[in-house]
Design a protein around this ligand. Structure first.
Ligand SMILES: Cc1ncc(COP(=O)(O)O)c(C=O)c1O
Length: 377
């Protein structure tokens, strides 16, 4: 039996809610299920408002518009992230400035941010890698001292917590993903959370193609018109209905993932005590993660490739992560690096992600056994 890398969760109510949407004959966005999901997320994050989007990519694009990014502006971010973090900035005409990551959490190294700030810097885009929150207190302190906006790319971090506060509640705005590889899924899907009330009205306009349609629906204007930049960021009710079934079971899904994560961690902690071939993820004491991703660090890139190939031959799908953005063709063209990024370069060559999904159960033990035989321990 092959152990797949991912298996999107199904909670059992998805079809019922989708059938309800079909019966209602209201398929476009911003209907009942969109509102249910948005209200749930708003409570979970404690945000001023939340808007569902078609993806985290589109939520990041909304965030870039809300930051008022202009050509020439700079945005500080890690290079060790998915392309969408940088693409949103580039689409707005601004320049991503890549800084290195910490070797423990693999999140942006907050001690390097201040030196990367120039008069052109407008914002910091922070990623919570593997659902483990970045060092937000220091980042917010730096941002306030320099008048910068902070966007949390919380694509992987729904229900994670930093110092007992929800990931996504700490920056000025935050972006989430419900892509089928995430904990809570709707195929493609995302959301933007607005943590400052003054951002809400503009965000609603940007969300609905740059129009004041919302004011029209509320009866505040007699026709709606084009008032700002925008796009069609909202998902259909069919997507929202699927998502609602998932959000209602988010506690069960995340705790099942966490228990598989812990099962991996206990097994590999015992193994890494016996040999120094693999390094394990580190979660800071004040962070609570959501069991999104389990990875190991191989001693070097060659050994990592051997591990992935040997696992594949043993019937286990494992993957690397990420190809750094600063040295990618588009990263070199549209961005710049602040100094060298040795940790990013090293980690991206060594990281192996292992299969992890919500009801994996004893499949974890099969992966562990396969890895033991690959490592010959
Ligand atoms: C850190 C990060 N940002 C953004 C995204 C993009 O998410 P989506 O596929 O919902 O656009 C991902 C997806 O994997 C991600 O990991």
């Amino acid at each position: 039996m092959r152990i797949t890398f991912n298996k999107p969760p199904v909670t059992g109510r998805e079809l019922e809610y989708i059938s309800d949407v079909i019966a209602s004959r209201q398929l476009s966005g911003n209907g009942r299920y969109t509102r249910l999901c948005q209200e749930w997320l708003k409570q979970e994050i404690g945000a001023s408002d939340v808007l569902l989007t078609q993806s985290c990519t589109s939520a990041l694009e909304m965030a870039a518009i809300l930051c008022d990014l202009q050509p020439g502006d700079e945005v500080i971010m890690p290079s060790f992230t998915f392309v969408s973090t940088a693409n949103a900035v580039v689409l707005a005409g601004a320049t991503p400035v890549f800084v290195d990551i910490r070797s423990d959490t693999l999140n942006i190294d907050e001690t390097l941010i201040e030196a990367a700030i120039t008069p052109k810097t407008k914002a910091i885009f922070v990623v919570h890698y593997a659902g483990v929150p970045a060092e937000m207190d220091s980042i917010m302190r730096i941002a306030h001292a320099h008048g910068l906006l902070v966007v949390e790319d919380a694509a992987q971090a729904l229900t994670s917590r930093y110092k007992n506060k929800p990931a996504g509640s700490l920056g000025d705005m935050s972006c989430f993903s419900f892509h089928e590889t995430k904990n809570i899924v709707s195929g493609e899907g995302g959301a933007i959370a607005l943590n400052r009330p003054e951002l809400v009205d503009r965000a609603r306009v940007i969300w609905e193609k740059g129009t004041n349609r919302r004011k029209f629906l509320e009866g505040a204007v007699d026709k709606y018109t084009w008032v700002d930049k925008g796009s069609s960021f909202l998902p259909s009710e069919i997507t929202a209905a699927y998502l609602w079934a998932q959000l209602q079971e988010s506690g069960t899904i995340c705790s099942a993932r966490l228990s598989s994560w812990n099962r991996y961690h206990a097994a590999f902690s015992a193994l890494s005590d016996k040999n120094n071939l693999i390094s394990l993820p580190k979660v800071p004491i004040d962070a609570e993660h959501n069991g999104h991703l389990y990875y190991l660090l191989a001693p070097d890139a060659d050994f990592r490739s051997e591990m992935i190939t040997a696992l594949d031959q043993a019937g286990v799908s494992a993957h690397f992560h990420y190809i750094p953005l600063h040295s990618s063709p588009a990263g070199l063209k549209y961005g710049r690096s602040h100094g060298d990024l040795p940790v990013t370069d090293l980690i991206s060559g060594r990281l192996v992600r292992l299969p992890l999904w919500y009801d994996m159960g004893s499949s974890v033990d099969i992966v562990v056994a396969a890895l033991k035989s690959v490592l010959k321990i």
